[in-house]
Design a protein around this ligand. Sequence first.
Ligand code: HEC
Ligand code: HEC
Length: 331
Amino acid sequence: MTTTQYIRTGCFLAAAAAVMIWSCNTGSSAKTPAATISTAPELLKVDTSTIPKDKYGEMVRYGRELMLNTAYYIGPEGINGRYLGNKMNCTNCHQDGGTKAFSFNLMLSHQEYPQYRAREGKVLTLAERINNCVTRPHNGKPLPLDSKEMVAFLAYLRWINSFVPKDKPHQGSHNLAVKLPDTAADPEKGKTLYQEHCARCHGKDGEGQLAGVTYTYPPLWGPNGYQPGSSMHRVIKQAQWLKANMPYDKASWNKPFLTDEEALDIAAFVNNDSIHARPDVKNYDYPHVAEKAIDYDKGPFADTFSARQHKYGPFRPVISYWEQNGMKASY
Ligand code: HEC
Ligand code: HEC
C-alpha cells in the first residue's frame, strides 16, 4: 500500500467517525457543539511507565534498550554480542524506538507479520524482517532467531503494538507522502541544500559525528552508513521520511521544513552512488521483477525505463506505465 493510499484511508475513517459522532449528537439534544469534537485521527504513541514489572516486561525493557542503544549492546564493539557492521542505532531511523509517528513507525509491525515480502519473494516472520535491518542498514550479520536479543526485539514490538487503537482511526504508522514532480530529482540541487541544512550535524562528507561506541549524528554515506540495498537508499522512500523528520531540530510531521521537491533532491544527493561510496553488497533480491519498488535502482526492471530514471525519476511516467500494464507500482 502506498503512503498516499494510507492517508486517504485515514481521512476516510476520520470522516466516517465524525459522521457517526455527528449523527449521535443530532439524535440527542445537541448539547455538544460539533466544533469541540476532535475529528483528527489519533496520533500513535506509547507510555513506557506501563511496561509490566515481570519477566515479559524485562524483555520488553531490554528490547527498548536495544532499539535505542543498539551499537552499545550488539555493535562492532557490543557488550552483549557483535552483530552490527556499523555503529548506528535502530532509533536513528525508527525514531523514539519505533514509536515516533511518521518516522518508519513500528507500532503495527507485530500484528502484520508473517507477511509476504517482494524483496525476498516469500513470507517472512517478524524476526526475519528484523534481521533484514540488522544486515542491510546496519551492514551486519543476522541475530540467531532464538537469541535473547531477538526475543527482546520481538517482545518490545509486541508491547508497542498494544498501544495501537483497535477501534479508532489513527495516524503516523506510515510516513508522509511526497508529491512527485514532473521532473527528475536533482542531486546537484540536493548538494547545495545538503550543505545548507544537513552538513552542520551530519558533516560535510556525510560522515556523521562519532562519540565512542555510537554517533551523536549518524553517518549518511561512506563505509559506515547504510548499504545500497537498504530502503533508505531509495529516493522516494527517503524523501517521505525526511519530510517529517529532518532537519532534526526544525521539522515535524505537521510542520515539515523541506518542500517535497527539496526532500527528493536531497535524497537524490545523499543516495548518489557515483560520488558516495557505501558498503559493497552482492545480493539485491526481488526474484520477481514485477514486484520491485519503482524507486529501487538495481535492475533488471519490468519496464524499459533506465536505472537512472528508477533512481531519480521522473517517476510519474513509470507509475503510469505500470498501471497501464496491470502491475502495482509500489514506492
Ligand atoms: C538506516 C535506517 C534504518 C535503520 C538504522 C534500521 N531500519 Fe528498520 N527499516 C528501515 C526502513 C526504511 C524500513 C522499511 C519501512 C517501509 O518500507 O516503509 C525498515 C523496516 C523495518 C521493519 C519492518 C516494519 C514493518 O512493519 O514492515 C522492522 C521490524 C525494522 N525495520 C526493525 C529495525 C530494527 C530492529 C533495527 C535495528 C536493529 C532497524 N530496523 C534499523 C530503516 C532502518
Ligand atoms: C540538528 C542536527 C541535524 C540536522 C541539521 C539534520 N539531522 Fe539528520 N539526523 C540527526 C539525528 C540526531 C539523527 C538520528 C535521530 C535519532 O536517533 O533519533 C538523524 C538521522 C538521519 C537519518 C537516518 C539515519 C542515517 O544516518 O542514515 C538521515 C537519512 C538523515 N538524518 C538525513 C538528514 C538530512 C538529509 C538532513 C538535512 C535536510 C538532516 N538529516 C539534518 C540530526 C540532524
